[in-house]
Design a protein around this ligand. Structure first.
Ligand code: FES
Ligand code: FE
Length: 444
């Protein structure tokens, strides 16, 4: 039955079987095939800069500690005591030399080794080998540009292969400042009663909702109409959605942004223009003027929003078929002056913080999608992702092709959503992660 539900996803026709958003068995299979087999965002190295620094997060529904051990190495450890399973760490972040389980006080080092067991000599001598009872370590932890990702599968694509052509865009997004990025301390964390895929695909692609769902911020003068010019790109396992206002044929020398439909003060303008100029010289004007990159996502759960006014990154953690836990951070370029950093933080809060004007519009939509699909009849229909199948524009038509890696469609297209569900279906049907070394990009 589950196989039939998954098989009914016809991404190439833009028909997505709604059961995959509400069915408990499909969800359980996602935990196994997606969340235990794909690269999941853990955090940024600056959040665990010193030995003993740690943050807690999730991989699927598994609680995970990301910890820099006293040997200087970053590990991801399953946050589950080997004695009875209690979470040994209940803080969001901190610095510690050990993790002591609150229940019976088994104590683990910052590298996850079991070091202390109460009544060891009285009750466990000769039976319990402490070396075998350390915290379970995530099989692979890899880093790109300071962004840490974990994967439980011992085999399958490396993080580098997973990112693929997306690396070009990832660099524009998070490595455009030669000094690097800093993550504003403290994650925003909140839940939305919706399936994780509804939120994830919105970040991967959905320009279509902006004028309608966010009409109120537009009335308040925060944004203008989204321009018809623009495109969406699938590259590697990632997605970028980009809109711009001027025809590409107009030569702007890579110094001016094409992406500006927001009317909040462009406080980063000067800094971004400098970066665009430098990157235009190094990598070409077509790429340089993609900065800021707009909205995007890395399959399955990492996402970002990069605008003239601020930049955020977030993760959509699954918590059951109808609940999503969002972790979100404001990300700053290190070289920005302090007063600009402060202003960027405030604009982030105003728009996409948990109480932000736009975030609330989106959360309401996603919850009501779930409510509209959960009934016995509602779940039997298909969701429609046909936008662009009729008259999509290619990358070459929109932007000129070669300098912009990946597969592109016009901004009024659901090409990225279709690709998202192609990846989803491929992983859900794969016998093992090793059987998918690379999913060739296709234009659908
Ligand atoms: Fe952790 Fe018993 S559950 S020490
Ligand atoms: Fe939105």
């Amino acid at each position: 039955r589950i196989n039939d539900l998954i098989d009914a996803v016809q991404y190439d026709k833009g028909l997505i079987n709604r059961s995959i958003f509400v069915d408990r068995d499909v969800y359980e299979l996602e935990l196994e095939r997606l969340f235990a087999n794909t690269w999941l965002f853990l955090g940024h190295v600056s959040q665990v800069a010193e030995p003993g620094d740690f943050i807690t997060t999730y991989m699927g529904e598994d609680s995970v500690i990301v910890s820099r051990g006293h040997d200087g190495r970053v590990r991801a450890l399953l946050n589950s005591c080997r004695h009875r399973g209690m979470r040994v760490c209940r803080s969001d972040e901190g610095n510690t030399s050990f993790f002591k389980c609150p229940y019976h006080a088994w104590t683990y080092s910052s590298a996850g080794e079991l070091e202390g067991v109460p009544k060891f000599r009285l009750g466990y001598a000769g039976v319990l080998d402490k070396k075998e009872w350390g915290l379970r370590e995530v099989t692979r932890v890899e880093e790109y540009r300071g962004f840490l990702f974990g994967n439980w599968a011992p085999e399958g694509p490396s993080l580098d292969e997973w990112l693929g052509e997306l690396k070009t865009y990832f660099d524009l997004l998070f490595a455009r400042d030669p000094a690097g990025v800093e993550v504003v301390p403290g994650a925003h964390r909140w839940t939305v009663d919706t399936n994780w895929k509804i939120a994830a695909e919105n970040f991967a692609a959905d320009m279509y909702h902006v004028e309608h769902s966010h009409a109120r911020p537009a009335e308040l003068g925060l944004m203008q109409a989204v321009p018809d010019q623009g495109y969406q790109i699938s590259a590697g396992m990632g997605f970028i959605g980009h809109a711009f206002t001027r025809p590409v044929s107009e030569d702007v020398g890579g110094e001016e942004p094409l992406h500006s439909y927001w009317t909040l003060p462009n406080i980063q303008t000067e800094f971004l223009a400098e970066q665009r100029k430098r990157i235009a010289e190094e990598k070409g004007a077509e790429l340089a003027r993609l900065i800021p990159l707009g909205h995007g996502a890395l399959f399955p759960t990492f996402a970002w929003l990069d605008l003239e006014q601020f930049r955020l990154m977030r993760v959509h953690h699954p918590q059951g078929p109808d609940r999503t836990l969002i972790h979100q951070w404001c990300v700053l370029d290190k070289s920005l002056p302090e007063d600009v950093k402060d202003a960027v933080r405030k604009q982030y809060e105003l728009t996409f913080g948990p109480a932000g004007l736009l975030e609330q519009d989106d959360g309401e939509n996603w919850r009501e999608c779930q409510n509209g699909m959960r009934g016995f009849i509602g779940r039997q229909l298909d969701s429609n992702m046909m936008l662009g199948l009729g008259s999509d524009r290619t990358a070459a038509e929109v932007v000129g092709d070669d300098d912009v890696p990946g597969i592109a469609g016009g901004i009024w297209s659901e090409i990225n959503q279709r690709r998202f569900y192609e990846l989803w279906k491929t992983y859900m049907q794969a016998a093992s992660p090793e059987s998918i070394s690379k999913i060739p990009p296709t234009r659908i």
